[in-house]
Ligand binder design. Structure first.
Ligand SMILES: O=c1ccn([C@H]2C[C@H](O)[C@@H](COP(=O)(O)OP(=O)(O)OP(=O)(O)O)O2)c(=O)[nH]1
Ligand SMILES: [Mg+2]
Length: 144
């Protein structure tokens, strides 16, 4: 599937790193090095602008390596890019570690997964169908 993209960054277009990868890494497009202090959050630009087909969204997700090694995550994970959004793709990083984390231009800070979604209409009713689960949730089936 083709997706229109404007690339205002100096970096190559995002790409799948392996043959069947779901996500494409997104790179920071920044003019100066950024230091993310413990528990600080920052919106990082990518220089990318996309036009998703109607019925698709893009999810901005953390990279597990950054999360594991440096405690770097995404505050609003997974970030949602709407098909009608025409602004710059940005990544809302947060540093969940107890040490500073430096980001330089071109660092792969997140990954983007494009996915189909439904657009629903509501059918307002008085009663929902019965199930075994009923209203049970939040661990009501036990631990083991
Ligand atoms: O990680 C993200 C999340 C969102 N966006 C852009 C694309 C998305 O379509 C738009 C709005 O995002 P969202 O709906 O999550 O934010 P909101 O707080 O509800 O803002 P709005 O009122 O503009 O919808 O911001 C990003 O660039 N990165
Ligand atoms: Mg919104």
């Amino acid at each position: 599937m083709n997706i229109k993209i404007i690339n205002k960054s100096e970096h190559p277009l995002p790409q799948y790193e392996t043959t069947h990868a779901a996500g494409m890494d997104l790179k920071a497009f920044i003019t100066a090095e950024i230091t993310l202090k413990p528990l600080q959050r920052l919106l990082i630009p990518t220089g990318l602008f996309i036009e998703l087909p109607i019925g698709y969204e893009a999810q901005i997700r953390p990279r597990s390596g950054l999360a594991y090694k440096h405690g770097i995550s995404i505050v609003n994970s997974p970030g949602t890019i709407d098909a009608d959004y025409r602004g710059e793709l940005k990544v809302l990083l947060v540093n969940l570690s107890d040490t500073d984390f430096k980001i330089v231009n071109g660092d792969r800070i997140a990954q983007m997964v494009v996915a189909k979604h439904e657009t629903v209409t509501w059918q307002a009713v008085e009663v929902l169908s019965e199930t075994n689960r009923g209203e049970g949730g939040y661990g009501h089936t036990g631990k083991g």
